[in-house]
Design a protein around this ligand. Structure first.
Ligand SMILES: [Zn+2]
Length: 442
């Protein structure tokens, strides 16, 4: 009898331990290694800090640094990403983290938080994106689905960091690296909630704060935050389910600190920030200098060609971007070219493969339209097709994309995309033609 009664009891204890297991999260698909996250984040941070104004108040900076490091001591940071924390002089309610550790908190987020627990929750959430490598995961996925138009050629160059610096241009982070999926948001929520719990804060503080912002400020000062961090379904419910797994709550959870209120008052008393430097915004960027008449050789992946010597190339795998300084705006290619390989489905020949490629490019670029159907041309003496597409230019207005395709084998379509804003095409046409004429295939 005694034994028989023991078994259910063991089962109950066992299932309770199961219940108490917190959710363990792992980074997803990634073509970068963790060290590249760090290098990439550093380069993008340099770029970001040229465009953002940071708060220069030693008290506030010491506070945010100390709070951040307290959180950093608790998050499951298996790759040992070197976190640091800075306050941006911007009153919109926002925060963002770059791959490998840089975390930026807008002054507006501190002003909007009711207490330290809420602010800690926001920071913990951002750190979740870092340790789960959501930025480079997102970039890796974009590389798969979009065939690489945009940021990736620059980001993925050999020695990612150097290549970004080389191509220069806009604030790359704003495009691929900071646009997370709803799943990524839920994961970051769990990390934020876990770290609040581990530090003795009220673990509901993060989800409640986000939920309050979503309701109160819809479409206003939080627009940027929620466009980069889409609201996950059932946010509060999911967080509450996690809290149940974390274990008993402290009887009087930590919510606030006098230091937080002090810093919040400081932020509120600072003068309005100067108008944000808009040099990276569409339409306000300085166009790159025109294509040089002198040329440089490019030779990779069995493709040789000559491009203007004021363009720089970066290659990752089959994907190459060749662009002038300032040719990337907000992370997207506005001036220059891409060379890559597309693997068509079936053996339908050049025309069918080209149609498939154009469809894929359009899937990755909502505003893209064919303005001239493919016409026959030659690349290195081989039959090729040339199509013209229109798309929204990262420089503002419309851009023209010249797409040249040539079959290297029955299952390998080489393609070249030449990009310039429509108004600048006359200035670039010659350079594009010379590049195409110079292409030699192995
Ligand atoms: Zn997020």
């Amino acid at each position: 009898m005694k034994k028989a009664r023991l078994i259910p009891l063991i089962l109950i204890v066992f299932s309770m331990t199961l219940l108490a297991q917190r959710t363990k999260l792992r980074p997803g698909y990634n073509i970068f290694n963790p060290q590249q996250d760090v290098e990439l984040g550093r380069e993008v941070a340099k770029d970001a800090e040229r465009q953002l104004e940071l708060i220069n108040n030693s008290n506030a900076n010491a506070y945010i640094g100390a709070l951040g490091q307290r959180l950093a001591s608790k998050v499951p940071n298996e790759n040992k990403f070197p976190f640091y924390f800075k306050i941006v002089n911007d009153r919109s309610i926002n925060a963002f983290a770059l791959p490998g550790g840089p975390v930026y908190i807008h002054r507006g987020a501190i002003e909007a938080a009711d207490n330290e627990a809420q602010l800690a929750g926001v920071i913990g959430h951002e750190m979740g994106h870092v340790i789960l490598r959501h930025g480079t995961n997102q970039a890796s996925k974009a590389q798969l689905t979009q065939g690489g138009l945009g940021i990736l050629g620059a980001v993925l160059g050999n020695g990612a960091a150097g290549q970004i610096a080389a191509v220069g241009g806009g604030f790359l982070a704003n495009s691929v690296l900071l646009k997370y999926s709803r799943d990524a948001e839920s994961q970051a929520d769990l990390i934020g909630t876990q770290v609040l719990y581990d530090l003795g804060y009220d673990p509901k503080a993060m989800a409640e704060f986000f939920d309050k912002l979503a309701k109160e400020h819809k479409g206003t000062k939080t627009e940027e935050f929620f466009s980069n961090h889409p609201i996950p379904e059932n946010r509060v419910t999911k967080v509450n389910a996690e809290i149940k797994k974390l274990g008993p709550l402290p009887p009087t959870p930590r919510a606030d600190s006098p230091d937080f209120q002090d810093v919040k008052r400081t932020m509120l008393s600072l003068p309005e920030p100067a108008k944000r430097d808009t040099k990276a915004e569409p339409g306000n960027s300085k166009p790159p200098s025109p294509p040089s008449a002198r040329t440089l050789e490019f030779n990779a992946n069995g493709v040789r060609l000559r491009h203007p010597d004021n363009w720089k190339s970066s290659v990752q795998g089959t994907h190459a971007t060749i662009a002038p300084d300032g040719g990337l705006i907000g992370g997207n290619l506005a001036y220059g070219m891409i060379a890559d390989v597309f693997q068509p489905q079936g053996a339908g020949g050049l025309e069918q493969a080209t149609t498939q490629l154009l469809n894929q490019l359009k899937q990755g670029n909502a505003g893209m339209q064919t303005t001239r159907s493919p016409v026959q041309t030659k690349v290195d003496g081989r039959p090729a097709l040339l199509a013209e597409l229109a798309n929204d230019s990262p420089a503002g207005g419309k851009e023209t994309d010249f797409v040249i395709t040539v079959l290297r084998s029955s299952n390998e379509l080489l393609y070249f995309v030449m990009v310039a804003p429509a108004k600048d095409v006359p200035q670039y046409r010659n350079a594009f033609n010379q590049v195409i004429d110079s292409i030699r295939l192995k």
